[in-house]
Design a protein around this ligand. Structure first.
Ligand code: ADP
Length: 488
């Protein structure tokens, strides 16, 4: 819900089915222009408390709502996203610097997710298990948890916000969503607006926004309230670790989709033209600001020279600039601080002996697609995620060495193996420690029905219908015929 002051829209929070103002607003900045694109409530712990109250009150009725009624609501929301996709793309460009290609990917995936999730309320919710006690009928039944607190990021603002809310809602939970302060509209308030229009009951989804640096009081409310049974987080591994520690202390579940240092392996039998396109997409789509972006390309030495030469030329063709311009591939990084971090990681690697094959400089608020070679093991970028369009190139002697390097980081989200021999690729895929491996394809992919998620420092939990395990609990129920038989 918006109003306008001096033509800058002002947003409100969404709590208990109502739009709620705030005594304090903060500036939501356009990362390309550096201008204020909207003013958004600087929500407080008291707002989070009201949101948790509303979600807890809405939970019993939502949990019991017949699947057909849930289905109608999800399908209506999908239709609204479809109808508003151009407007959503405009907001994604203005708020997150997202160019047209990634905006289209986000809205399409969100629409598919909502249509898929509309059926998840029908999934079987239990098993009959044989009991050793004669006359006892035993069941394992799934029940929703209660209130799920969602914490969503700015990078894939729309698609990740929808994933944060749709999975737990589909299994009968209610949700309080706290979007990133870098994308309070597209990662939060816009989802509330669409769900309100679709007719979801009051309190089923609540959205609380906050000013930069003020996430902790909202999170305090999530961890300290007994009604909140799970914290569902997508973001950096550093923040995920803090939240997992807090969840441990509070004995709450947490679902974590975190960072990655995703390897792309190019074998000597790969189609090199295709491999170059795949690598350019994996490393530079959305300026490398995707958790699944390829960070290191491991190329068999016999094809390393021609592959790198062609990839370097391809990277130089990618146009950076205004994300609202349909010809732009490389939009801005999300903040000047993010640009500074990427530039520093590259400079540190170069100071330690790395070679810049292309890029290595900023273009206004954008960072040019960059390929580094000879990155020494001591450089941060050698094995830690840098959230920008920077790819580390590394020759390997054979596939075994590629697998060993792929598994040598602390992360394990996504990997790609480019080969024209699918048997060979499949055998290697089974040896890679990652939640997702694509054979003869690259690392960036999302389909709502498939179990996206990581291992090691990339987190735990899976999206899609498999998230039933995360967003429900099993209850053992028995009924017994007859009496007696106890040993005292
Ligand atoms: P990034 O550095 O890419 O913004 P973060 O992991 O810091 O990634 O942010 C992802 C989400 O986590 C955002 O919604 C942000 O507000 C939130 N967040 C960051 N720090 C904390 C924290 N200490 N407690 C709770 N949420 C946090």
């Amino acid at each position: 819900m918006t109003s306008e002051t001096n033509r800058i829209p002002e947003y409100q929070q969404y709590i208990d089915g109502r739009w709620a103002g705030s005594t304090r607003l903060f500036d939501d900045l356009d990362p390309y222009r550096g201008t204020v694109m909207a003013r958004v409530p600087a929500g407080t712990r008291a707002d989070a408390a009201r949101a948790v109250d509303a979600a807890a009150a809405a939970f019993p009725a939502w949990a019991d709502l017949p699947p057909a009624e849930k289905q109608t609501l999800f399908l209506r929301a999908a239709d609204i996203v479809e109808r508003r996709r151009d407007e959503i793309a405009g907001l994604l460009a203005a708020e997150t610097g997202c160019a047209a290609g990634f905006a289209g990917f986000q809205t399409l995936t969100a629409i598919r997710l909502l249509r898929q999730a509309s059926n998840w309320a029908y999934l079987p919710v239990g098993e009959v298990i044989r009991s050793d006690n004669p006359g006892t009928f035993a069941l394992a039944l799934r029940r929703p948890l209660g209130v799920v607190a969602g914490i969503s990021p700015w990078n894939g603002a729309q698609v990740l916000a929808w994933r944060t809310v749709a999975n737990p809602l589909a299994f009968g939970n209610t949700v309080v969503l706290k979007p990133s302060e870098e994308a309070p509209i597209t990662a939060g308030l816009l989802v509330a607006e669409i769900m309100a229009e679709a007719g979801f009951p009051a309190g089923v989804l609540n959205v609380v926004t906050h000013a930069p640096g003020e996430a902790v009081p909202i999170a305090d409310e999530f961890f300290e309230r007994p009604e909140v049974r799970c914290v569902n987080f997508t973001g950096s591994s550093a923040t995920g670790r803090i939240l997992a520690e807090r969840a441990g202390r509070a004995l709450k579940r947490c679902v974590l989709e975190l960072g990655g240092y995703n390897p792309l392996i190019v074998l000597d039998d790969a189609d090199l033209d295709y491999a170059v396109e795949a690598a350019a997409f994996a490393a530079f789509f959305h300026s490398g600001q995707i958790c699944m972006s390829a960070r290191k390309v491991l190329v068999e030495r016999t094809v390393y020279g021609p592959f790198i030469e062609r990839l370097t030329a391809r990277a130089q063709e990618l146009r950076s600039g205004d994300p609202a311009d349909p010809g732009t591939v490389i939009g801005p990084l999300i903040t000047p601080a993010a640009l500074g971090r990427v530039a520093r990681d590259v400079q540190d690697a170069v100071a330690a002996g790395a070679k810049v094959l292309t890029g290595g400089t900023a273009d206004g608020p954008c960072y040019r697609p960059t390929i580094l070679a000879d990155v020494p093991a001591g450089a941060r970028i050698h094995s830690a995620e840098t959230f920008g369009p920077v790819l580390v190139a590394h020759p390997v002697e054979n596939a075994d060495e590629a697998v060993a390097i792929a598994n040598s980081t602390s992360y394990g989200l996504s990997a790609g193996i480019l080969t024209s021999d699918s048997q060979r690729g499949f055998a290697l895929a089974r040896r890679i420690d990652a939640g997702v491996v694509h054979v003869n394809d690259q690392t960036v992919a999302d389909e709502p029905q498939l179990p996206l998620g990581g291992v090691k420092d990339s987190g735990w939990g899976r999206s899609g219908p498999h998230s039933m395990a995360d967003f429900t609990e099993l209850q053992w129920v028995t009924t017994r015929e007859g009496t007696g038989g106890y040993p005292i």
